[in-house]
Design a protein around this ligand. Sequence first.
Ligand code: NAD
Length: 483
Amino acid sequence: IPVDPFDLVIFGGTGDLARRKILPGLYNRYLAGQMPDEARIIGAARAELDEDGYRQMVAQSIEEFVPAQKRDAAVIDSFLQRVHYLRIDARGTDGWEDLARMIRKDVVQAFYFSVAPSLFGDLAERLHAHGISGPESRIVVEKPFGHDLKSARALNATLAAHFDESQIYRIDHYLGKETVQNLMAVRFANILFEPLWNARHVDHVQITVAETVGVGGRGQYYDQSGAMRDMVQNHLMQLLCLIAMEPPYRFDPDAVRDEKLKVIRALQPVRPDDIVRGQYRAGKGPDGTPQPSYLDDVGNPDSRTESFIAMRVEIANWRWKGTPFYLRTGKKLRARASEIAVVFKEVPHSIFGDDEGWRENVLSIRLQPNEGMTLSVMIKEPGPGGMRLTEVPLDMTFAEALGADGQDIPDAYERLIMDVIRGNQTLFMRGDEVEAAWAWTDPIIAGWEARGDRPRPYDPGSSGPEDALMLLHRDGRRWREIR
Ligand code: NAD
């Protein structure tokens, strides 16, 4: 179903994110027939480019980041007719009058702030001062949303000076993933899971977001941030909320976000013993080539920033008291794999004896690769060998259902941008949610800084530091394999 006609201005339209995600995503939606012909995309950045130059850049990014089977010369050409460019200076006066003339008042207006957060305030102010944005306009802001509670509050206040909360779309692209939304469908559209979805039946939950890459070219930024700020405070926290929240009374933006907020507020402070931080050492790549250490990558031999973190988190409410949530994320790990695993408890009494192959039921929600869900259930091993149990996966992987290799699953960014145009905030973070997440994160970080803790080294290509394994072993549990 096509969305309403719109003008989408991408501030930072020549940047890395625009080229890799936003522009290819918009092309895909155009190809899918979701973008009406009256839609316009206006790249706005500092570069000296004319419209043709920008269209060439967009064409290149489609060439580079859209799979070949989706590239159709005629469609690309027609898409490019919808693309425009304006040279604009977020901190100065250049370009703003032109933008004011260009923007149509009778279509949806969206402004994507794909620039450094230090420019958000300048953009918000100028959009307002030049009469470009109105009460219906939407702004989209990228991560990081603040560095701590104080800066997040300041950022919220800056945006709130010119925009109502209902106009602000804070992106967390994890929420745009098909599986994450499917998780809500599975939880709230089936009677099967809800009665079991609590501390009486769930032994524990594991959330893993593992990357194989190091900090790459983002070293300087990353070293100021670390895994806790870069991943846990936002992405892992959002995943935890969707697993732990109470059923919202309706699938409505504020109803969903109210429930997520309650979860964040119920998070307990984390004890120092329940956190393991790590930093990757130098090592060898799969082909034997030497790879630099984290310290080399960020060019800071004294850095105490973590490129890995594992933690045991508790939620103090009736539903979850007694069920730990183990979170883990890191760089240069064994595989690129993100998974939420809900591990159920043992049966109260085994009628089959002790050692008949019994394993706990696990609902595994896989975000990448191969988005999908599986529920492991125990059955009898087929054949005449007596009553031996075996585990089989009930596969809810929908890539196959949706088309070869999941190619037809829209990328998170595509979906989220279309949600902005539709005016649906359900999958975007509300200001109070972000602040509550920082309010929980800040004292944890302050704790390890005050103690002067150093992250433990770990080998590239491993599952993180040994101590991270202990976090579960001492509770009689084990991490699921990263693969
Ligand atoms: P980038 O450095 O590649 O691009 C920055 C863009 O901002 C360029 O188009 C540049 O022309 C423009 N710009 C800079 N100063 C300007 C000014 N004064 N006036 C107007 N335009 C100006 O950055 P990026 O990697 O594309 O990241 C953009 C935003 O997205 C950042 O907030 C970043 O944290 C966030 N983000 C990026 C990624 C990613 O993968 N690149 C992922 C998540 C979040």
